[in-house]
Design a binder for this molecule. Structure first.
Ligand code: AHM
Ligand code: MG
Length: 336
């Protein structure tokens, strides 16, 4: 079988997509290199002294795992040297990260969650890196500001994720479908393994942390009941699958069909808007979902159309197979 590398794939698509310029290829190349370095550390995590927490808390008030910190540092260090970025934003950093003046700067902005699902690292369960790529809105010769970053998901040039699982995978979209690549560790290259991924219209799986049932409002409880019911539109209960790593849960549902849900819960005061972050988690995955024929909503609004008001804005998330997501939106609408 002829094996297609990511670079080759991007170059092939370059003729069609204005987003895929030589600069975009450079950006992706360095992002892939960073991910390979992170994958190497994730694979060795049980052997090195990098498991566990650093003892610090991040801007979200969560414990920083050592591998989170490594992944964050690796991405920032590599990506500020690409010459094509002007700024970055990370789940782990309170403010935007401007590319220092000593490096060449470009018009692209990279937003990322360096190691999603990091509470799973210590138990050897899949984690991932989620990324979103934008172009600055202000002229290149002006100072880049937060306003350049606070764009709605529809403005993304590309988005995707690396999944550090039994195999390391890259799944991305630049607006021309969704393509999956698997790292061949013997040659160190990501090779096209899942061309043009399409998510089934309706799934057989629902993914939600159901232990929060008592913290959900009535419409949300009814929605979860719908997926468990044998009298739903599918005519049979959906199976429950929940890893607790968004990338892993999303990836499974993307390939097999299903819906991932992280609704509002009233458990902790800082979670009235849900737990997941709009810019570094929900929007990039929503772009992937839609490009694969799926959908993503916060219950009322299409995720991609939400204009963030702040860098670390959180949002409820219902994402996956189109018919399942549409059903959730309909039930919320009927509930008023
Ligand atoms: P993280 O980015 O700090 O790892 O948090 C996000 C993770 C997601 O990967 C996952 O879907 C969710 O948190 C799980 O949360 P919970 O344990 O509340 O179900
Ligand atoms: Mg995360």
């Amino acid at each position: 079988m002829r094996q297609v590398t990511v670079t080759e794939h991007v170059l092939l698509h370059q003729t069609k997509s204005p987003a895929a310029s030589g600069k975009f290829t450079t950006l992706l190349y360095d992002l892939i290199l960073s991910a390979k370095m992170i994958a190497r550390s994730v694979n060795k995590a049980g052997l090195l002294d990098i498991l566990g927490a650093t003892g610090e808390t991040n801007v979200q008030g969560e414990q920083v795992q050592k591998l989170d910190e490594y992944a964050n540092r690796t991405l920032i260090h590599r990506m500020e040297r690409t010459g094509v970025l002007c700024a970055m934003a990370s789940e782990e950093n309170a403010d935007i990260i401007k590319v220092p003046e000593r490096f060449k700067r470009g018009e692209y902005i990279l937003i990322f969650d360096p190691l999603d699902g990091s509470s799973n690292i210590d138990v050897n369960i899949n984690v991932g890196t989620i990324f979103s790529i934008l172009k600055r809105t202000s002229p290149n010769d002006e100072d880049v500001t937060l306003a350049d970053i606070l764009q709605s998901g529809t403005e993304q040039v590309a988005a995707g994720y690396f999944l550090y699982g039994p195999s390391t995978m890259l799944v991305y979209t630049s607006g021309e479908g969704v393509h999956g690549f698997t790292l061949d560790p013997t040659v160190g290259e990501f090779l096209l393994s899942h061309p043009d991924i399409r998510i089934p219209e309706r799934g057989k799986v629902y993914s939600v942390n159901e232990s929060y049932y008592h913290y959900w409002d009535e419409p949300t409880r009814k929605i979860i009941e719908y997926f468990k019911s044998k009298d739903n539109e599918r005519g049979a209960p959906y199976s429950l699958r929940y890893v607790g790593s968004l990338v892993a849960d999303f990836h499974r549902n993307l390939l097999n069909g299903g819906i991932f849900m992280y609704p509002v819960d009233h458990r902790i005061p800082h979670k009235p808007q849900g737990k997941l972050r709009l810019m570094c988690e929900a929007s990039p995955l929503a772009f992937v979902a839609e490009q694969a024929g799926g959908a993503a909503t916060d219950g009322k609004r299409r995720i991609l159309e939400i204009k963030p008001g702040e860098l670390h804005e959180r949002v409820p998330l219902f994402i996956g197979s189109a018919k399942d997501v549409e059903h959730v939106a309909k039930m919320y609408e009927e509930a008023g």
